[in-house]
Design a protein around this ligand. Structure first.
Ligand code: ADP
Ligand code: MG
Length: 574
């Protein structure tokens, strides 16, 4: 026994910080205040990076993106009551996306519970709906094991959000350092594999497919399955379609990528392999009329509860995507097979891809002003560095942008996701830029925002400037939500109604100079109205690695998507 150590005291805040450090937590986002300031200070003291944000919601989005990008949860640190409640949006978003996240919330003094304490709220109960695991340690001594359990739960099985509640009276309470036992860092998630008979069956269903299709979801990106799935595509010559965040697992410019013929591919495929993509609204539930009524799904997922949702799969492969794909590859190594490249299916898909690409190119080449979405995105695509992270949100901005902006690498696209959340962009971009600073300093983060989407977390521009993150924010500005009106029409409406309360609810203030939000904090701002101005500002922003910039791109307020084959396609996510 070391007698000299028995006198040593530690605070609850220090125990929380040390427990997080022991579990390999590297990044903490939050807003400090009573009672969590000491936790942030202690974490920083141990070398955890602390990023102070301006709203807990954005802080929580940022922390969740860390989980997706690194495979270990980021921490979101919030104060009691309203602080925690602001973070619920981020927890819900992470949980819906199946991304790991750890929220640490301060809460009011236990001795004042039910008495109307400062910011008192039933936080553990409140978080249950938005998380996989939500709990409060029973004592300071119980903190390390609870944090280990929360970190482990966030990454084991289907990843998700976890919550740990730290009462105010724990934070500054001093306890004997000897009484605290830190639990070793949890092991990486165990890798599960599918049943061999199911793998054989899947291979045989695929071999007999007339019109096969692979769908690559963000589960495959999270699982780091790029090498095995890329091999499967190459070896079996299969057409594939990425979901929005599945983009880049296999590069978008791969000849087998059929994104440009998405509707056609979904509608006529007879066998579809789902790699970490759920049959939810993004994939139209797997049902007619978007699919053949007798399409055979081969579902690969780590979560058994997901298998069979909305459609009964022909084969269910329960397991880790990377491991299961390797199992499938073994089958095709044993008895080689490839899908004939000269099939009618390929011909149909190629024709459709060609005509769709030509239609967007034609819109992009329109020289009328204000610019349309396609013109803007083609200019951006031309200049984007291959390895940049593209963050995107906004209705039309995200939907149209996705079809033009290419991803060549996995986990390089972050967007509104499964929950369709607007306001995630700046938090995601900050997280991506912080990770890039540590691991890949040359990498740029480009954040393509609609003007409405930008507004949700716009004050995070101050955060971007404070940490001097060389993010390039592009605000595609159509004066509104979906659509806006031009300045002239706006003025007429003001004359008519004296106040703007008669304006369409979709409208935002025309010609807003969002770039001045950036210049207010010392970053670079550009207001652009022509393709030439856009090119020039992009060139300058990309060349400048020392500071952030915001390019406010004015487009036609009524600009929309190109004509769709089906009227019900106009509001689909992909
Ligand atoms: P998308 O939005 O791209 O369609 P979803 O979020 O709907 O993707 O689906 C992702 C799926 O991936 C989830 O059902 C999740 O359980 C699954 N998943 C996550 N990690 C893994 C993994 N390592 N192996 C297998 N499946 C995984
Ligand atoms: Mg808009």
């Amino acid at each position: 026994e070391r007698g000299d150590r028995s006198e040593e005291q530690v605070s609850g805040a220090e125990v929380v910080a040390q427990a997080l450090k022991t579990q390999g937590v590297e990044y903490m986002f939050g807003i400090v205040g009573i009672p969590v300031t000491e936790i942030a200070v202690a974490a920083q003291g141990l070398g955890i990076r602390y990023i102070g944000m301006r709203n807990e919601q954005a802080a929580c989005y940022a922390a969740s993106a860390i989980g997706y990008l690194t495979g270990r949860p980021g921490v979101c640190l919030v104060v009691s009551g309203p602080g925690l409640i602001h973070a619920l949006g981020g927890m819900a978003n992470a949980n819906m996306n199946c991304w790991p996240l750890l929220v640490i919330g301060g809460s009011s003094e236990r001795s004042q519970e039910t008495m109307g304490a400062f910011q008192e709220f039933p936080q553990v109960e409140a978080c249950r709906l938005y998380s996989k695991f939500s709990a409060r340690p029973s004592s300071i001594e119980a903190i390390p094991s609870l944090i280990e359990k929360a970190v482990r739960s966030s990454i084991y099985g289907c990843p998700g959000a976890c919550y740990v509640d730290i009462p105010a009276d724990f934070v500054n309470l001093q306890v004997n350092a000897n009484s605290i036992k830190y639990v070793e860092c949890c092991m990486p998630p165990p890798v599960s594999m599918a049943e061999t008979s199911a793998v054989c069956m899947a291979a045989s269903v695929l071999r007999n497919a007339k019109q096969p299709l692979l769908i690559i979801g963000k589960g495959a990106a999270y699982a780091h399955a790029e090498e095995s799935i890329g091999k499967l595509v190459e070896q079996c010559k299969l057409p594939f379609l990425p979901t929005p965040m599945g983009k880049g697992v296999v590069p978008d410019n791969h000849p087998n990528c059929v994104s440009a013929a998405r509707s056609r591919a979904l509608q006529f495929a007879d066998v579809i392999v789902l790699f970490g993509a759920r049959l939810n609204w993004i994939l139209h539930f797997g049902l007619p009329p978007r699919y053949q009524p007798d399409v055979k799904f081969i579902q690969v997922d780590i979560r058994a509860e997901e298998l069979g949702n909305n459609v009964r799969p022909a084969v269910a492969l329960l397991g880790d995507i990377n491991a299961v794909t390797k199992q499938l590859l073994e089958q095709f190594d044993k008895t080689p097979w490839q899908y004939p490249p000269e099939s009618t299916w390929w011909k149909t898909l190629r024709e459709k891809m060609k005509s769709n690409e030509a239609a967007s190119k034609e819109l992009a080449s329109k020289i009328s002003l204000p610019m349309n979405y396609y013109t803007v995105f083609y200019h951006i695509q031309e200049r984007l560095p291959r390895d940049c992270v593209v963050v995107s949100e906004g209705a039309n901005t995200m939907d149209i942008g996705r079809t033009v902006l290419q991803n060549y690498l996995p986990r390089h696209r972050l967007d509104a996701g499964t929950f369709g959340t607007m306001g995630v962009g700046l938090g995601f971009a900050i997280a991506a830029a912080i990770v890039a600073k540590d691991r890949n300093p040359e990498q740029r983060v480009i954040c393509v925002e609609g003007d409405s989407a930008f507004g949700f977390s716009g004050m995070e521009v101050e955060t971007i400037c404070r940490y001097n993150l060389p993010i390039i924010l592009l605000v595609v500005n159509n004066n509104g939500i979906y659509q806006g009106v031009d300045a002239g029409t706006w003025k007429e409406m003001l004359n008519f109604g004296e106040t703007a309360t008669v304006a369409p609810p979709l409208s935002l203030l025309p010609n807003s100079h969002y770039e001045q939000v950036m210049t207010a904090f010392g970053g670079k701002g550009y207001f652009v109205q022509t393709p030439e101005e856009l090119q020039k500002s992009l060139r300058q922003s990309l060349a400048d690695t020392t500071q952030p910039s915001l390019i406010n791109i004015m487009i036609e307020p009524q600009a929309t998507r190109k004509a769709q084959d089906f009227h019900w396609l106009t509001r689909s996510n992909i």
